[in-house]
Write a protein that binds this ligand. Structure first.
Ligand code: CO
Length: 281
């Protein structure tokens, strides 16, 4: 059977913004150009060598109703929450946090200088799990399997599966794929994907093409593309290229969001604000 290759549905560039205590970042998903890509609510890229761009960090703030996924490429970030959890994110580590019914946490740079770089992705939870107990899945660089395919692609499997290598993150609600891919110039990588999943690619170094039959669709550095439907994706690098490739099952539920609260209805948002103010997180 012929594979149906996915092409580009929408191509966007991120918007420079700041969040937390003045952390400069690029908001990609969750911007005006792409408010969400069900089940993904937000993608921020942070990256700077200037301490002034990140040192303020993200002091104490709440979350309810979804998951925050932090993937550190460089630098160190300490997180602490109001349930007594604390940990240090080191280069190459991933924290997949289900906020569920609510946590209040801080995410603060541990380092005072040097390069701080990574991503934060917000993944929605279905209505029936929005008020579940908060939980963490946290893995350091050594716990994230890396595959080198026969034609040279190097892939860190954070969530999902490449060949018989399975990423450590488990989330049946959205069945996510989260890959960090490195291709040398001229190398290609092909991956099958369930046709019902929404997917995006964000190139953070280099430049690649999505190959759809005879067509090559270019994606440059700092561009994000959401993908059309299909059951496979084929990438070809034009230079040494690094990108994240993320997919998940859409929830197809109404979304009511207000800052760090993402629920299904406005009434649930009001409840979240009240509960937070009453110290019930
Ligand atoms: Co947070």
């Amino acid at each position: 059977m012929n594979r149906q290759y996915r092409g580009i549905q929408q191509k966007i560039r991120g918007t420079a913004t700041s969040d937390g205590a003045g952390v400069r970042l690029t908001r990609v998903i969750g911007s005006q150009a792409m408010p969400m890509l069900d089940p993904f609510l937000m993608l921020d890229e942070f990256g700077s060598e200037k301490p002034g761009d990140y040192i303020g960090g993200f002091p104490s703030h709440p979350h309810r109703g979804f998951e925050t996924v932090t993937y550190m490429l460089d630098g160190r970030m300490r997180h602490k929450d109001n349930h007594g959890n604390e940990g240090l994110l080191t280069p190459g580590s991933v924290q997949w946090m289900s906020a569920g019914r609510g946590i209040v946490h801080s995410e603060m740079p541990e380092q005072e200088q040097g390069l701080m770089r990574g991503f934060q992705l917000w993944v929605n939870l279905p209505a029936k799990e929005k008020m579940s107990e908060p939980k963490y899945q946290e893995f350091n660089a050594g716990q994230i399997p890396q595959v080198t395919l026969p034609d040279g692609a190097k892939i860190k499997v954070i969530a999902g599966q490449v060949g018989d290598v399975i990423g450590p993150v488990v989330q049946p609600a959205t069945n996510p794929l989260y890959l960090d891919v490195l291709l040398a110039a001229g190398q290609s990588f092909e991956h099958g994907l369930p046709s019902e999943q929404n997917a995006f690619v964000y190139v953070y170094e280099g430049e690649l093409a999505l190959v759809v039959n005879d067509e090559k669709l270019l994606v440059k550095t700092r561009e994000l593309v959401s993908l059309t439907k299909g059951d496979a994706v084929r990438f070809e690098a034009h230079a040494e290229t690094r990108f994240i490739f993320v997919a998940g099952n859409p929830l197809n539920e109404p979304v009511a969001r207000y800052g760090p609260f993402v629920m299904n209805t406005q009434a649930e948002i009001h409840q979240a604000i009240q509960d937070f103010q009453a110290g019930k997180f």
